[in-house]
Design a protein around this ligand. Sequence first.
Ligand SMILES: C[S@@+](CC[C@H](N)C(=O)[O-])C[C@H]1O[C@@H](n2cnc3c(N)ncnc32)[C@H](O)[C@@H]1O
Length: 264
Amino acid sequence: MTQTGTLFGVSLGPGDPGLITRRAWALLERRDAIWTYPVRSLRKDSYALDIALRAGLALPGQHQSLLFPMTHDAEKLARHWLKAAETVREMLASGQDVLFLVEGDASTYASFCYLARVLRELDPGARIEIVPGVTSFNAACAQLQVPLSEQDDTIAIVPAAYGIAAVEKMLDDFDTLVLMKVKPLLDDLITLLERRGLLAHSRFIEKAGSPVERIVTDVAELKGTKVNYLSLLLVKNPGRERGDMQRGCRKKTSTEIEEEETQE
Ligand SMILES: C[S@@+](CC[C@H](N)C(=O)[O-])C[C@H]1O[C@@H](n2cnc3c(N)ncnc32)[C@H](O)[C@@H]1O
């Protein structure tokens, strides 16, 4: 009986081929695995595939795009996730390993999460491995030279689609807000940041790490303009009021230190 293959979620980082991990690279150099990659429509290119090709990796003999449309229609989404999972399942059944190329990190708002979940539903014994990667916001912080967190900062990573009221509420609790998927709400977000005096503490980045990366430090100038879907806002919230907290590490007593030393 043919041994079934393994599905690998291969994270490629946000766009700079230099951020592909050695583990991902080694998998992508294999010629015996099938490459699959997400497209939002059959007329669109795959950003994930583009990262791999820009890195100088060659498409293997077998490769296939999988359609993950951008829609909130739950029934349509379920249909496409099922179709993608069935396609991958057939490939695995032939004994071949399947690489699913992911932009950024495979566990962070990635179509890979849906693919893996539905594949597991179809076949609870399916073999799945995930290669972690650099997220868009980690790369954004590096490019913008803005720390994601310092000391005891709290961080919220939020798809801005939650709406302006939800984002505003988070300003009470978080020192850093990473606002993902900002495209449809950008004007409203800028108005909020202006009202809360946070424009000077906000930065915008589009296609971080790619050759067409765009950084905007004066976020207000984006008002009324169109931005790419692959863009995010990094908002620092320096005025947040903090409650009492136990700062740093509690000082250990000499008895606790001795106890730890005897256990080692
Ligand atoms: C479906 S999520 C994918 C997240 C990705 N898996 C990650 O690890 O960052 C898409 C959102 O991630 C953000 N994003 C992804 N790639 C980006 C990039 N290269 N530059 C800026 N934002 C990016 C944008 O906010 C975009 O709307």
